[in-house]
Design a protein around this ligand. Structure first.
Ligand code: ADP
Ligand code: ADP
Ligand code: MG
Length: 689
């Protein structure tokens, strides 16, 4: 597909049942805005700006010259080298880009400068409008200790704790004992799930204090840490607020974000399957009170944790558009970015609290370039194939990349968000399952199988989840065993039909000698999961009837050779299975599972069964780089004797240091790389004797 057309398809979704906003002060509406961000959120903001007839300016680093947000914008300005500190975080360069292009306002997206009050001040000095809250509100809420005190004053429930800086490990232990274990140590300047530690006893508390302090000063340049009660197995439920410059504050209901991995959200939904209407209203009232107390304007989110008895406690307020804002848009029909822009232009909120209505259910899944089988280490590389699902009814894709894009190690590894909507939660879940089955990504390792497994998770299906669900149910991380398909017969039937199509085509090849044509048989043996499955495949109109273990599967599809997605029906039920063919092997991807299959004639199957199995290569004698990155440190030398668990090397990727440790005792025989080298995934770093 030509690039332009592909971008149109990705960039311009159908409008959701959006209510039109009263157009007040249209003459003050911006003519041109700059989006100080990259990736999916920059593209998403441009979508709305374009619909409102506002010209858009993109900014980009040297790593992003060909990025989707640059292609979608009306104008674009380079702002520096790849590292964010030199480009997307450079206030000078971004204010300069506004001046050069005449942009009247800036939307910051999330991350980068979105919650940077100094940036807002600088824009104001340059006469440029910030599409977000006032600097004072950002300052008041940017610090977790200060915001907690402020929330208390505004009558908001807060988590019992010590809302003050902890001085040293001894102080930490004294405070923790007073609060009562377990406790949580938190960086006051923290964000993105970092700088958080749970402590269950004195030792963990003293140790956690030292670690949290170090992490906080490293990540946020601010080492202040405080302590609060750890609420066991809570839910994370947050309230979307909206406030204008005329003193109106409303909320747009809640989002449930309890499915988290390491305090970071993975799947979100609206409404929450847990809240009673009474709790929902009480939380909404407190969120509005807090926003009003800080003189808030624009979109903001008040995060709460909620215990099993629906007691709720304030966590923090995020003074920006949230990653998961689309689920609120899908259930309210409101375009939050449009409201942010209109509010920044001085327009009042178009509706009052009583007019806020929600309909149906929405779910969001975050698609990351990361490897779920390697402890979710970020991955990078070129998107050789990238086919997001089509944006049909109830399905929205917010994407920041296109086929051929490079996923860089410099930024957040999120590549897209899938958002589905349905009249019921079941329908929204079913659409998400379908969206994940259709999302075809090759070239970069991604987390779709993990997301698909979560969608099938019984706790999630019944709405019984809490913030530790993933940690408890995947204690050893995500493993191939977690990908078992719950209906292997379906895969067997489909692969039999696919194989039959190949064989029929091969048999139809012209130029065969009369009387010696290849005949295609109806009986086949499917080798899957180490077992042989005998099937009978009869051609019928539009597909095959496949008989397996006395059951007949009616497989129907218009699938053509080489198409990556097998879309059709089995016994009348829609299916979408991703198919790859490697020589004699088929690899199928469906509902989070990945299965390698072969199909034999009965005679070939007999022979195959007597072939010895090939043992997998022995990788225990070498240390491989688990991800693309830079070797920042070698901790051993040739000849060193190492013990299991000992640190061997440090690989830096995505601004994170990953320590690689010995898996067993041994002696270093050879080191194949040097500090400072760039490593590819699976590149050998060292070998052992
Ligand atoms: P949300 O609550 O919107 O889901 P996340 O916690 O996932 O927000 O963060 C959204 C983005 O903002 C992520 O890219 C995260 O890394 C970044 N982010 C959030 N807070 C901070 C912070 N204090 N410093 C740096 N980056 C942050
Ligand atoms: P961040 O700024 O990194 O988003 P938050 O304060 O919002 O930090 O906390 C992130 C997550 O950590 C929450 O969503 C929740 O899962 C967990 N969490 C935070 N505070 C507590 C607490 N006191 N008890 C239990 N879990 C907590
Ligand atoms: Mg948070």
């Amino acid at each position: 597909m030509p690039l332009k057309k592909r971008i149109q398809r990705i960039g311009l979704p159908p409008d959701h049942n959006r209510r039109d906003v009263r157009r007040v002060g249209l003459n003050r509406m911006f003519k041109k805005i700059l989006i100080a961000n990259r990736g999916e959120i920059a593209c998403r903001v441009m979508r709305t700006a374009r619909r409102l007839g506002i010209a858009t300016v993109a900014v980009y680093s040297e790593a992003d010259q060909d990025a989707l947000h640059v292609l979608l914008a009306d104008e674009s300005v380079p702002i520096g080298p790849a590292p964010a500190a030199a480009s997307y975080l450079s206030i000078d360069n971004i204010v300069g880009a506004c001046r050069d292009t005449g942009a009247q306002a800036v939307h910051p997206g999330y991350g980068f400068l979105a919650e940077n009050a100094a940036f807002v001040d600088r824009l104001a000095n340059a006469g440029i409008v910030f599409i977000g809250p006032p600097a004072a509100a950002i300052r008041a809420m940017g610090d977790k200790i200060a915001s907690k005190l402020l929330a208390e004053k505004a009558g908001v429930n807060t988590i019992p704790g010590h809302a003050d800086v902890i001085q040293d490990p001894i102080h930490a232990v004294a405070v923790a004992r007073k609060i009562g274990y377990p406790v949580m140590l938190k960086a006051s300047a923290g964000g993105g799930g970092r700088g958080i530690r749970v402590a269950r006893d004195d030792d963990q508390c003293a140790d956690g204090f030292v670690r949290a302090t170090g992490e906080a000063s490293g990540s946020f340049g601010d080492e202040r840490v405080f302590i609060e009660k750890y609420i066991g197995r809570p839910r994370h439920i947050e309230i979307q607020v909206m406030a204008d410059a005329h003193g109106n504050v409303i909320h747009l209901g809640e989002r449930e974000c309890s499915l988290q991995r390491r305090h970071q959200k993975v799947i979100e939904e609206a409404p929450s399957p847990f809240l009673s209407d009474e709790t929902r209203q009480a939380m909404g009232r407190q969120a509005v009170a807090l926003a009003a107390a800080v003189g808030y304007q624009s979109a903001g989110t008040v995060e709460f944790i909620v215990d099993q008895d629906q007691n709720f406690y304030f966590l923090e307020m995020n003074t920006r558009l949230q990653v998961e804002h689309p689920v609120t848009e899908m259930v309210t029909g409101i375009d939050l970015v449009e409201w942010m822009i209109r509010i920044a232009a001085g327009e009042p909120l178009p509706i009052s609290q009583a007019d806020v209505r929600t309909s149906g259910w929405a779910i969001e899944a975050r698609v990351y370039a990361e490897d779920p089988f390697r402890n979710f280490l970020p991955s990078a590389g070129r998107l050789v194939r990238y086919l997001p699902p089509p944006e049909t009814e109830g399905m929205r894709v917010d994407t920041g990349v296109y086929e051929g894009s490079e996923v860089s190690i410099h930024y957040d590894p999120m590549i897209a968000k899938l958002i589905t909507h349905g009249t019921s939660r079941e329908q929204a879940v079913a659409r998400m399952r379908d969206a994940l089955n259709r999302f075809y990504i090759r070239g970069v390792t991604h987390n779709i199988s993990f997301l698909a497994a979560l969608v099938e998770h019984t706790g999630f299906r019944s709405g019984r989840i809490h913030t530790s669900t993933i940690a408890e149910d995947y204690p050893d991380g995500f493993n191939p065993a977690d990908m078992a398909h719950d209906d292997p017969a379906l895969l067997i039937a489909v692969v039999a039909s696919i194989h039959r199509r190949y064989m029929d085509r091969a048999a139809g090849i012209i130029g065969q000698m009369p009387g010696y044509e290849r005949k295609v048989h109806d009986d086949w043996v499917v080798l899957m999961g180490g077992a042989q499955h005998t099937v009978h495949v009869s051609p019928v109109e539009g597909g095959h009837d496949v008989t397996y273990e006395d059951e007949t599967f009616q497989v129907r599809s218009a699938w053509q050779f080489g198409e990556p997605l097998f879309i059709g029906t089995v016994n009348g039920n829609p299916v979408c299975i991703q198919v790859e063919r490697h020589n004699l092997n088929y690899r199928l991807y469906h509902c989070g599972s990945q299965v390698d299959v072969r199909v034999f004639t009965p005679r070939a199957a007999e022979l195959a069964a007597s072939m010895p199995a090939k043992p997998p290569p022995d990788t225990s004698k070498s240390l491989l780089s688990p991800m693309p990155g830079m070797l920042s440190q070698l901790k051993v030398r040739v000849g060193d004797v190492v013990k299991s668990g000992q640190d061997l090397a440090v690989v830096e990727a995505m601004k994170m240091e990953n320590v690689l440790r010995a898996e067993s005792d041994g002696r270093v025989e050879k080191i194949l790389v040097a500090e400072g080298d760039t490593l590819a995934v699976d590149q050998t770093i060292m070998e052992f004797e």
